[in-house]
Design a protein around this ligand. Structure first.
Ligand SMILES: [Ca+2]
Ligand SMILES: [Ca+2]
Ligand SMILES: [Ca+2]
Length: 217
């Protein structure tokens, strides 16, 4: 009976609960993020990153700079991390050992932050408080204000989370650019030739019909 229930659970889980996030863990066992985190029914690839709000979130000067630009949505994102990512599992005890999350070096707890609003130089953030297992404080999602110039690299107990940004693509090299320009110039020349050839044909046709008119009269 137990086996049968386990079998049903295994079968039902991927359908009922959506995709399970895949955790990104370095060979040293540090959690750097997770792909396919279910936040309100949409899957997001999340990364943990130290730095300053002003650098990590497009200037950190308006709500549209943020991945989750309302308290409700940001809270949902934070809770999703607690429920789906900060768990003890085969890849690491990411619930009970806060300092194996990238950017967290404090044994006791870690606050993983995502800004959702900003006023002047103070951003209001969601704070996923991941506590270690053996103290009375429990994991929770709350809010916190932080100066937009505060660098979480300087704080062992703070790190940001955000939607993973695409790898920066290399700017076209001068060689590639000159080939492109030459190609465009070639197209323009061809177009010009084609239109003057067209004009010549029209003139020739016109002449022919004129001649036709003169012979018929
Ligand atoms: Ca901005
Ligand atoms: Ca915990
Ligand atoms: Ca940090």
């Amino acid at each position: 009976m137990v086996t049968r229930i386990a079998f049903i659970v295994v079968l039902a889980f991927p359908i009922g609960a959506g995709a399970i996030p895949s955790l990104n863990v370095t060979p040293d066992g540090i959690l750097t993020g997770a792909d396919d985190v279910d936040i309100g029914g949409t899957l997001f690839d999340i990364e943990f990153i130290d730095g300053r709000c002003v650098d990590l979130f497009d200037g950190c000067d308006e709500a549209s700079d943020f991945d989750f630009p309302s308290q409700a949505v940001a809270e949902q994102a934070g809770q999703a991390l607690l429920d789906q990512v900060f768990l003890d599992g085969p890849l690491g005890d990411f619930d009970s050992v806060p300092e194996i999350t990238l950017g967290c070096y404090f044994f006791d707890s870690c606050a993983i932050l995502s800004p959702f609003s900003v006023s002047d130089v103070v951003a209001t953030m969601i704070r996923v408080f991941n506590d270690d297992a053996d103290v009375t404080e429990t994991d929770r999602v709350e809010t916190q204000n932080l100066n937009i110039f505060t660098n979480t690299t300087d704080f062992p107990e703070f790190v940001f989370f955000r939607v993973k940004r695409p790898e920066p693509t290399a700017a076209p090299e001068p060689g590639t650019l000159s080939v492109l320009v030459a190609g465009l110039a070639g197209l323009a020349v061809m177009r010009r030739r084609r239109s003057s050839a067209g004009r010549a044909t029209a003139i020739a046709a016109g002449n022919a019909s004129n001649q036709g008119l003169t012979t018929s009269t």
